[in-house]
Design a protein around this ligand. Structure first.
Ligand code: NAD
Length: 439
């Protein structure tokens, strides 16, 4: 099939590449000329395991190409995926300007039937707005052309995006006409050879499903974070509690990890957008208000621990910080807890020397103007003479470090661990002051 993907970011690039991988011809469009130039030159603008090889393979096979030319991209695909950003507006609602601009571009240049697929995470009712935008532009052109608008939210996880796209748990498709349903069925047939994973539903339910999924996951995290903070006060160990409840199949083990708060490009904005959708329709989503407030507080939890240990005024203190990305295996710094932690530590006068195996460049871009923040090239050098080690992202390489070397390097052996990486009893036996979450 011939497919156009509008927006070549985390979702668009993965979607386009994976669709090419199974034999389709794919054109990826972006408005960012630097991104497209890099892709055309064989580079990859994001860090995503396995993506570079797959892109190269499909470009070499002639199935995948990149462009900034809107007319060319619209002419190319029978299916037009919209995979542009939907950042929060000032009131928390999803800003649809990029989605609607993409829709208008399709309307401007299409010359035959198109299936327009909303893959971006968009609030309920967006498909209607996309349909209206197309209709308006086509009317201006006096063109009578058929099109279908489909909702196909994306559930991939950064860091495992290829695996998630190639072997999805489910493919949600909101489509209301047979022609579009048939094309979507054909498009996704290669991804469900083992068993049927596609769930067809009405468009509004598909749009809401994406927000419901992210809101549920964010709720589990905030719930565990609040219980972890309580466990600390009560003298219980949240890790044991986690295992104790996770063993119940109604609860399950996934997504019950307390930590430094959720971040990334999705949970914070999607929770906000769902709250805002609720408000706009007269519903206060009280659970989600609390999820968000708990998360805001949790992002400062490591700083609270540093303050409890070193005092309110942190001037003259220097902290080593491991992990900047909002989670491992990505360079995504959007809403990363590290940003809040670094800002607050340095506001209190401290210096921070940070190490991240992948996200340092992106971190430099978003917080490189902070004069009290420095970036290290390796994980051990920030420790030299530092007052404490703070762990913010659970990269695998931090799982079994050389604790002897850590103790020798730090001014005093203090580890403030936002990801519960280590055994507290053992570390305390080794003489560390080990401050974890909920333990
Ligand atoms: N990142 C994730 O893990 C993830 C997972 C599931 C869903 N989503 C959703 O997918 C959407 C995209 O997210 P992302 O992380 O890929 O964003 P991104 O910012 O990485 O990529 C968006 C891209 O769209 C481009 N763009 C904007 N307007 C355009 C236009 N009119 N024409 C062509 N290109 C345009 C931008 O230049 C950018 O490269 C969002 O709605 C997000 O919520 C993201």
């Amino acid at each position: 099939m011939k497919i156009t993907v509008i927006g070549s970011g985390y979702v668009g690039l993965v979607t386009g590449t994976c669709l090419a991988e199974v034999g389709n011809e794919v054109c990826c469009l972006d408005v960012d000329p630097a991104k497209i130039e890099l892709l055309q030159a064989g580079g990859i603008p994001i860090y995503e395991p396995g993506l570079d090889d797959m892109v190269r393979r499909n470009v070499a096979a002639g199935r995948l190409h990149f462009t900034t030319d809107v007319a060319e991209s619209v002419a190319f695909g029978d299916i037009q995926f919209i995979a542009v950003g939907t950042p929060p507006d000032e009131d928390g609602s999803a800003d649809l300007q990029y989605v609607l601009a993409a829709a208008r571009n399709i309307g401007r240049y299409m010359d035959g039937y198109k299936v327009v697929v909303d893959k971006s995470t968009v609030p309920v009712g967006t498909a209607d707005k996309v349909r209206a935008a197309l209709a308006e532009v086509l009317a201006e052109r006096d063109a009578q052309l058929d099109y279908s608008v489909v909702s196909n939210p994306e559930f991939l996880k950064e860091g495992a995006a290829i695996e998630d796209f190639m072997k999805p748990d489910r493919i949600v498709v909101g489509a209301e006409d047979e022609r579009a349903v048939e094309m979507m069925r054909r498009l996704y047939a290669p991804f469900q050879r083992n068993h049927e994973r596609i769930l067809f539903m009405d468009v509004r339910s598909a749009e809401l499903t994406k927000y419901a999924a992210n809101a549920m996951l964010a709720t589990r995290i905030s719930f565990m974070n609040e219980l972890a903070n309580l466990a600390e006060t009560l003298g219980a160990d949240i890790e044991l509690v986690r295992r104790g409840i996770g063993s119940d199949p109604r609860i399950g083990y996934h997504f019950l990890y307390p930590g430094a708060g959720y971040g990334g490009s999705c949970f914070p904005k999607d929770v906000k957008a769902l709250i805002s959708s609720g408000k706009a329709h007269g519903h206060t989503l009280r659970v989600l208000d609390a999820v968000e407030a708990a998360n805001d507080a949790q992002k400062l939890r490591l700083v609270d621990k540093a303050v409890a240990r070193f005092g309110e005024d942190l001037s003259g203190r220097r902290f080593a910080l491991w992990g900047l990305a909002f989670k491992p295996n990505t360079d995504d710094m959007r809403e990363a807890p590290s940003r809040v932690i670094v800002a607050e530590l340095t506001r209190r006068g401290a210096e921070v020397v940070a190490y991240d195996p992948v996200a340092a460049e992106e971190a430099r871009r978003v917080m490189g103007d902070n004069p009290r923040l420095r970036f290290a090239e390796d994980m051990m050098s920030p420790l030299d003479g530092a007052d404490a080690l703070l762990i913010v992202t659970e990269w695998k390489m931090f799982r079994a470090p050389d604790f002897e070397a850590i103790r020798a390097a730090l001014k005093a052996p203090v580890i403030i661990d936002g990801r519960n990486m280590y055994d507290p009893a053992w570390l305390r036996e080794q003489g560390f002051d080990y401050l974890a979450i909920g333990r």
